[in-house]
Design a protein around this ligand. Structure first.
Ligand code: SF4
Length: 328
């Protein structure tokens, strides 16, 4: 993250939230802009070069405070599945992440009018008779941004009062201590994505190590948070079965299976247009040299490989007495 320069939309320049975030970043230079898209959507920019000098854009979302959920993600059995985008782009850089194909640049947009998102969600809840499911950490990793703005804290606080709302905060961050001041509530699930060490090193280079993430899971459980483990996306590497079996041995030697709420599993998949764009942007990861099958514009492994992976992993989880498995 290149914190020397921050872009700020002129309409929020004097807001208290802006001042608080600026105090934390302490940039040497501020560039005032009309709208975050001027920077985020710059054309003719080199994505990977910009990632090295990833900048922060402070902005205000004017509309689209939530979206209907995508079929590429888990709705955990809820009929009313939504997600919102409190920030765009991520401080991490997972090779398999669709964000590289979604925006022209990797610059991080933080929307500081979080309370407008919360107000819009209140209205949405009123429109439904039954519970709605809202994924918060979408198009970003929200917990990793908590030191800039207390998004997770404000939403958990909101969820305490809105029992018709089920929130999921998915993360690879280990910064769970940032939530020490907030009381856990049953309708918020912290979903920790874990990957085997070799996968983490090769495909998730900027993320915390597996041991740090396991440690974060343990802390979250001890604090009383409802926790889900996500093994998603699983990558089809040679020796897949041995790597994932050793990984589950390690994870569940440290995390009691009965202390987690559920597990979510899925294999690598991506919108084919994003995949093409990522290849064009020059990502040299072997992930982008694999021949995927494309169905309904989604690139993923062949049915046969996908079945093998999901079956193997489901069996391994069941052997460890984990039966609440969400499969994607
Ligand atoms: S942590 Fe999630 S959002 Fe961030 S780069 Fe990795 S996959 Fe993408």
């Amino acid at each position: 993250m290149y914190r020397h320069l921050v872009y700020i939309e002129k309409n929020i320049l004097n807001d208290n939230a802006t001042k608080r975030v600026l105090d934390k970043i302490n940039p040497q230079e501020i560039v005032i802009i009309d709208h975050y898209k001027e920077v985020l959507n710059q054309t003719n920019s080199h994505w990977h070069f910009n990632k090295k000098y990833q900048k922060i854009i402070l902005a205000k979302r004017e509309s689209e405070f939530y979206y209907k959920g995508s079929f590429l993600t888990s709705s955990l059995g809820y009929r009313h599945f939504y997600y919102n985008t409190l920030a765009l782009n991520c401080i991490f850089h997972c090779e398999y992440c669709y964000l590289q194909g979604m925006y022209n640049t990797p610059h991080l947009v933080l929307f500081l009018n979080n309370q407008d998102f919360i107000r819009a969600t209140k209205t949405l809840i009123k429109q439904h008779n039954d519970k709605i499911y809202l994924a918060l950490s979408y198009d970003t990793d929200l917990l990793a941004l908590e030191h800039y703005y207390p998004y997770c804290q404000e939403w958990i606080d909101f969820a305490q009062k809105e029992k018709k709302l089920q929130i999921e905060i998915r993360t690879k961050s280990h910064q769970v201590d940032r939530l020490n001041q907030i009381k856990p509530t049953d309708n918020v699930v912290l979903s920790f994505t874990l990957s085997p060490e070799s996968i983490q090193e090769q495909y998730e280079p900027l993320t915390p190590k597996l041991d740090q993430r396991i440690d974060a899971v343990q802390k979250a459980i001890q604090r009383g948070f409802k926790v889900m483990l996500c093994f998603d996306p699983m990558i089809y590497v040679s020796d897949f079965k041995r790597i994932y079996k050793d990984f589950f041995d390690k994870v569940f030697s440290k995390i009691q299976p009965n202390s987690i709420d559920s597990v979510s599993i899925g294999v690598f998949r991506m919108n084919n247009d994003f995949l093409k764009r990522i290849r064009k942007n020059g990502n040299r990861s072997d992930l982008y040299f694999y021949t995927y099958e494309v169905k309904n514009s989604i690139a993923t492994y062949s049915e046969d490989i996908k079945k093998q992976m999901l079956l193997f992993v489901s069996d391994e989880l069941k052997k460890r007495n984990i039966f609440r498995i969400h499969i994607l």
